[in-house]
Design a protein around this ligand. Structure first.
Ligand code: 5GP
Length: 201
């Protein structure tokens, strides 16, 4: 069985990566989502085992010690990490695995899986990002300013990704991400066995 591709999606807060992924899963049935582990508290509506696996610091550190996380980082005072076995099993089953992680984790995934595909979602402009964050109406001006600052730091790493997708119009961004995945699946370097098969047929 041909192994699946690890696909990393990173984006600053407010760029709409959750909405893009929600739509992407509707149009590509070979995708599966890697549920991360975290020590941050669940937000309203988040379900353990679906949004994240929620852990105490002690149990997260035990997972690290037991080599059960593929990569992990500390972000805003909390641990976030990718459970190793689940990702390896899904890739072996031929599924393309979506990892929704921040930029440092993305770089680590590329080191672990050189064949992974790193996609960075951009806002159409910094002004639009600020407007979107304000529209949510859930955060103070101070928090919004901190998120914009964080976004700029993350954008500084975006040139190390394989692809940049602008989320201006939602469905266009969804299609762009899907096209990247479909093209990668047809790339020559991923299809050497197919080439040999055809040559020998
Ligand atoms: P949030 O608390 O908003 O759900 O996530 C905060 C940040 O952590 C987001 O950028 C999210 O993509 C990132 N993140 C979530 N899971 C993981 C993970 O397993 N590994 C890494 N490196 N980052 C993660």
């Amino acid at each position: 069985m041909k192994k699946g591709i690890p696909i990393v999606i990173s984006a600053p807060s407010g760029c709409g990566k959750d909405t893009i992924l929600e739509q992407l899963f509707k149009i590509n049935d070979n995708l599966v989502y890697s549920v991360s582990a975290t020590t941050r508290a669940p937000r309203e509506g988040e379900i353990d085992g679906e949004s994240y696996y929620f852990h105490t610091r002690d149990s997260f550190e035990k997972m690290i010690a037991d080599n059960e996380v593929l990569e992990y980082t500390e972000y805003c005072g909390n641990y976030y990490g990718t459970p190793k076995k689940a990702v390896e099993d899904m890739l072996s089953a031929g599924k393309d695995v979506i990892l929704k992680i921040e930029v440092e984790g993305a770089m680590n995934v590329k080191r672990i899986f050189p064949d992974s595909v790193l996609i960075f979602i951009l806002p159409p402009s910094m002004g639009e990002l600020e407007r979107r964050l304000k529209k949510r109406g859930t955060e103070s001006d101070e928090t919004i300013a901190a998120r914009i600052k964080q976004a700029r730091t993350e954008l500084d790493c975006a040139d190390k990704f394989d692809y940049l997708v602008v989320n201006g119009e939602l469905m266009k961004a969804v299609e762009d991400v899907n096209k990247i995945i479909l093209s990668e699946k047809m790339s020559a370097k991923r299809n050497i066995a197919l080439l040999e098969e055809v040559k020998n047929s």
